[in-house]
Design a protein around this ligand. Structure first.
Ligand code: UD1
Ligand code: CA
Length: 459
């Protein structure tokens, strides 16, 4: 029996009123659709994982890459029409398919597993996942008969006042036995107020055929939150942020004013870490024990070593090793690897460079495409001149080098161990081991140069 999953992500997201297709919108810097795919992967092995794309499909395809297969829905004529776009993939008649909307980022693998179990255990032909919410506005309402069995789903726009008062809603997740899927989808019409092919009509269609249609009532309704506009997006993000922060705090991460702290879902933070306000840690980042992060810091796809302090700074795709101090106002990016016990201080940018242990660049420096040894001091205002307008070049600095303030190291250049660069030097030649390099105009003092002050009536 084969297992299929179909995610619907072809819609424009008209209610978002923005250019980005809805399912590409990020929460905690990760696109909505990526959460759904990750949870599907976590729940079980599917034989086919298909995403229906249409409006701005390249954007969704760029996010999901080859983690899923794609079905194209050229025109967005409704959710029922969207599922039909994946028809060619659904080959095994005996198998089943779980269908999920691409706009429910708070879903998790447990819900997916539970819905499928319910479907198999009760031998349903169709299982609709429902939940009860305080404010059902915008959702399809679950209509039950007197005996309590699911009868139909009625959409907001087609609902009468008594139907609108129903608080049990359709989450948009369905599990369906394959043999009934395509024939039932083909019976859906667009005879409703929006003139769309509603997937929800499948309930009535399958009931009329006397197939076994059941529900699975999800007790935690927040997991099924559908994001249709930017306000709901922010609400979903707040819930997700709160859940992640709570878990972390319980596992030994101290957070000062946690409402202002955003930690992505794939971030790992060890015990005994302190995070200060207005801090973002996202992507595949790992923060090791004893680190103190923030305030006002962004860390993305980066590794922060044990005992590191990093405040008022940006760290992207980089690594900072043990006991180093970063910031205030430092910017590490594109594969910067900062050694142990470094000090990367005020207004220092490090790009694609490796620094040895006890390296110091305390103020106002740019270090790009460099490889730097141990115990190097990089003076205030010094820079690696790595770019000639066309190509980038490498700077290599050995151990125990002192780079005086305001030096320009024009790459490609090698500065060997134990050298000193005089402040204000512009170097375009290598410096041999143990040398003092001076490359600046010498100072001349012209004594008694001061002119006499001008007299007011002087002719
Ligand atoms: C849908 C359900 C509603 C349910 C709610 C749960 C229908 C008719 N209604 O309403 O009962 O309570 O979800 O959140 O199904 N999509 C396509 N192609 C289309 C139209 C939509 O791929 O032609 C995709 C969208 O990108 C989206 C998903 O399907 O990811 C759901 O569409 P949306 O317009 O958000 O449906 P709702 O109005 O929320
Ligand atoms: Ca929706």
């Amino acid at each position: 029996m084969k297992k299929y999953a179909i995610i619907l992500a072809a819609g424009k997201g008209t209610r978002m009123k923005t250019d980005l297709p809805k399912c590409a919108y990020p929460l905690l810097k990760k696109p909505m659709i990526a959460y759904i795919v990750e949870h599907l992967y976590k729940s079980m092995m599917f034989d086919e994982l298909i995403t229906v794309v249409g409006h701005k499909k390249e954007v969704i395809q760029e996010i999901l890459n080859s983690t899923v297969k794609y079905a194209i829905q050229k025109e967005q004529l409704g959710t029922g029409h969207a599922v039909l776009a994946a028809e060619k993939y659904i080959k095994d008649e005996e198998g089943y398919t779980i269908i999920l909307p691409g706009d429910m980022p708070l879903i998790d693998d447990l819900v997916i597993k539970a819905a499928i179990n319910e479907h198999l255990e009760f031998r349903h032909d169709l299982t609709v996942v429902s939940t009860i919410v305080d404010d059902p506005f915008g959702y399809g309402r679950i209509i039950r008969d007197e005996a309590g069995y699911l009868n139909a789903i009625i959409e907001e726009d087609d609902a009468t006042k008594p139907v609108k008062a129903i608080k049990e809603i359709n989450t948009g997740i369905y599990v369906i036995t394959n043999k009934y899927l395509v024939p039932s989808l083909k019976k859906i019409t667009n005879n409703n107020s929006k003139k769309e092919y509603y997937l929800t009509d499948i309930v009535k269609i399958m009931k009329d055929e006397k197939y076994l249609v059941g529900t699975f009532l999800l007790d935690k309704s927040s997991k099924a939150m559908g994001v249709n506009d930017l306000y709901t997006l922010s609400e979903a993000e707040t819930i997700l942020r709160g859940n992640i922060n709570k878990e972390l705090m319980k596992s030994g991460v101290a957070m000062i004013n946690p409402k202002t702290i955003t930690i992505g879902q794939n971030v790992v933070i060890d015990e005994n870490v302190v995070i200060h306000p207005n801090t973002y840690i996202t992507g595949n980042s790992h923060i090791h024990r004893g680190a103190i992060i923030g305030p006002n810091t962004e860390i993305h796809n980066s590794i922060i070593g044990e005992g590191v302090t990093c405040k008022h700074s940006l760290v992207y795709n980089s690594e900072v090793k043990k006991n180093s101090v970063v910031g205030p106002f430092a910017h590490l990016r594109d594969g910067a690897v900062i050694g142990e016990n470094n000090r990367i201080g005020n207004f220092v940018e490090v790009k694609k460079s490796i620094t040895g242990d006890t390296f110091k660049a305390s103020h106002l420096a740019y270090i790009g495409d460099a490889e730097i040894g141990k115990n190097v001091n990089f003076g205030c205002g010094s820079i690696t001149v790595n770019y000639d307008g066309v190509n980038k070049y490498k700077t290599t600095i050995g151990d125990d080098v002192f780079v005086g303030c305001n030096s320009n190291l024009i790459a490609p250049i090698v500065i060997e161990d134990n050298s000193i660069i005089a402040a204000g030097s512009t170097l375009d030649k290598n410096v041999p081991k143990g040398s003092l390099a001076i490359a600046r105009a010498y100072q001349i003092n012209k004594e008694n140069y001061l002119r006499k002050p001008k007299k007011i009536n002087e002719k």
